[in-house]
Ligand binder design. Structure first.
Ligand code: ADP
Ligand code: MG
Length: 268
């Protein structure tokens, strides 16, 4: 179980999270929605200890993440797959090596076992046999699938997906949605998915939480959110501009907020 309790996080004068509380229970897919730049990525980076809260608590399976010694933090990360917003594949490495990366870092596995896990993971995302290809030879949607394969190869208990369908066409997005559902159904993975694509949220979510002004505005089942009477939630899910004038659906990629790369102040 993942628990964020009353998390506060600021960068200089900018208050991003101001009392963010959310529980993610075993085997569910929790979708976090919200306007670009509201702190969705910041929130999930706390789960893997890439960021530490100024105040509040972050727990994964009864362990308080910010208090873990580095070794234990690395051990924890080996159970949490992280699919970054931009596929974040290494262009100079083959697909096979890209997928094997986490395994080499986190596990002490024989090479044959690594190859076995890589091919299993690529089969799970319907990309069998692409090990020797390079990222540049694949489409954007295929690269996203490789990103998912890399997470899956760890056989993680949790997967965090940061905007897995942003920037993809609707057909490719639907393929990624289906893969996320498959990971839950076949592997029983517990997931957190960040998106501002409501179609994707309704397809993959067990529950949906909307982040707004540093807090969870509402959390509920897909139906509860779909039928929400909260004006802020309604405004977002109907795709109207937000109350404070932020446009909806600006891909985070074109805002300074969007980068999933490690930046100043983040823990490595
Ligand atoms: N490491 C960081 N250093 C400084 N500011 C950051 C950092 N990470 C995120 N921010 C700021 O926090 C805010 C929320 O960012 P983010 O979580 O990426 O938004 P979202 O994922 O909801 O689009 C943005 O204003 C962003 O610029
Ligand atoms: Mg983001």
């Amino acid at each position: 179980m993942i628990r964020l309790v009353n998390v506060h996080k600021s960068f200089g004068p900018k208050h991003v999270l101001e009392g963010f509380t959310l529980d993610v229970v075993e085997s569910e897919t929790m979708v976090i929605i919200g306007y670009s730049g509201t702190g969705k990525s910041v929130a999930i980076k706390h789960i893997v200890g890439l960021l530490e809260p100024d105040r509040g608590e972050v727990w994964v399976d009864g362990r308080e993440v910010p208090k873990l010694p580095r070794r234990d933090l690395y051990e924890l990360r080996s159970h949490i797959g992280y699919v970054f917003q931009f596929a974040a594949l290494f262009d100079s490495m083959t697909i096979g090596d890209n997928v094997a990366m986490g395994l080499r870092k986190h596990h002490h596995l024989e090479d044959a076992e690594i190859q076995q896990r890589v091919s299993e993971a690529l089969e799970l995302v319907d990309l069998p046999g692409v090990q020797t290809r390079f990222p540049a030879e694949l489409s954007g949607g295929m690269r996203k699938r490789v990103g998912i394969a890399r997470a899956i190869a760890l056989r993680p208990k949790y997967i965090l997906y940061d905007e897995p369908t942003t920037g993809l066409d609707p057909v490719t997005s639907a393929v990624i949605d289906e893969l996320m559902v498959r990971m839950r159904e076949r592997l029983g993975v517990t997931s957190v998915v960040i998106t501002h694509d409501m179609r994707s949220a309704y397809t993959v979510g067990s529950r949906i939480a909307m982040l707004y002004q540093g807090r969870v505005q509402q959390v509920g089942t897909v139906d509860e959110i779909r039928n929400s009477s909260d004006p802020i939630v309604r405004q977002f899910i109907e795709g109207r501009p937000s109350l404070d004038g932020e446009p909806l659906g600006v891909p985070a990629a074109i805002t300074s907020a969007g980068s999933a790369q490690t930046r100043g102040g983040e823990r490595r």
